[in-house]
Ligand binder design. Structure first.
Ligand code: CAA
Length: 240
């Protein structure tokens, strides 16, 4: 039977590319999304991949959402925690809500999803969890104390959970994307983005498919000895 995979934030941007890559590997993919019904419906019409709506920052919603996917598609063997938001601003201007929302969704989402799938993966002796971190979690970024903290937390979460899963055939890895050509990066003010791109040795933004390529590698059945690692895909912007 084809393995079932959940990609959070899987209907747009990097998540869409990941959903397609896992589907192309023969998996049955459930693309989770939180808000944009129109874009999710268009994604399903375009790809045939079913979209499931829940907020990954909501613990109970994750338990219920995974149960719904498993009832329809079978046991979930692969989870890609890709869903993420930005609420940029310098500390002086950042509200508590901006801090809390980013930590709740970006970091809390990883915990919530892992809690929902880990016992099943353990009982079946197989699991692949890939968490999408960020170059800004590795290096920090002006105006992102919330996002950099959440993404840095994701890298710690990955290394801790990898140690817990290893004996049971569950690998847990992270990818640290650099600046990728998505709506999230397009929201950075033009003159700020220009300066960032000027510091990327490759001289360009990355493409979503270039992140999906790494995720596909980490999710493969024969990647079982790769765990607790972070794969940086950033055009040489930060070597860590
Ligand atoms: N280092 C040092 N100083 C800096 C700086 C930097 N990197 N960036 C800006 N400053 C300075 C500015 O020069 C300015 O100084 P002056 O007042 O003396 O001129 C001061 O800080 C204020 O800067 P802004 O005018 O930019 O402040 P703002 O409040 O209008 O905006 C901001 C702040 C919203 C954070 C804006 O700078 C911004 O959007 N920065 C980009 C943040 C970013 O890279 N986000 C990434 C989003 S994509 C993503 O996160 C995906 C991923 O994983 C990579």
């Amino acid at each position: 039977m084809a393995r079932a995979a959940i990609v959070t934030g899987g209907t747009r941007g990097i998540g869409e590319a990941i959903s397609l890559a896992l589907r192309d590997m023969g998996m049955t993919v459930a693309a989770n999304y939180a808000g944009n019904d129109d874009k999710a419906a268009a994604f399903t019409a375009r790809t045939g991949i079913k979209a499931y709506k829940w907020d990954v920052g909501d613990h109970q919603a994750c338990l219920d959402g995974v149960a719904r996917v498993e009832a329809e598609l079978g046991p979930v063997d692969v989870v890609v925690n890709n869903a993420g938001i930005t609420r940029d601003g310098t500390l002086m201007k950042m509200s508590y809500d901006q801090w809390d929302e980013v930590i709740r969704v970006n970091l809390g989402g990883c915990f919530n999803m892992a809690k929902a799938v880990f016992a099943g993966m353990k009982s079946r002796g197989f699991g692949r969890i890939v968490n999408i971190g960020s170059i800004n979690g590795q290096a920090g970024q002006y105006g992102q104390v919330n996002y950099a903290s959440a993404k840095s937390g994701i890298h710690g979460f990955t290394k801790a959970l990898a140690q817990e899963g290893a004996r049971f055939g569950i690998t847990v890895n992270a990818i640290a994307p650099g600046y990728i050509d998505t709506d999230m990066v397009a929201a950075v003010p033009g003159e700020v983005l220009e300066k960032i791109v000027a510091k990327i040795p490759a001289g360009r933004l990355g493409q979503a498919q270039e992140i999906a390529r790494g995720v596909a590698f980490l999710c493969a059945d024969d990647a079982g000895f790769v765990t607790g690692s972070t794969l940086s895909i950033n055009g040489g912007q930060h070597m860590y």
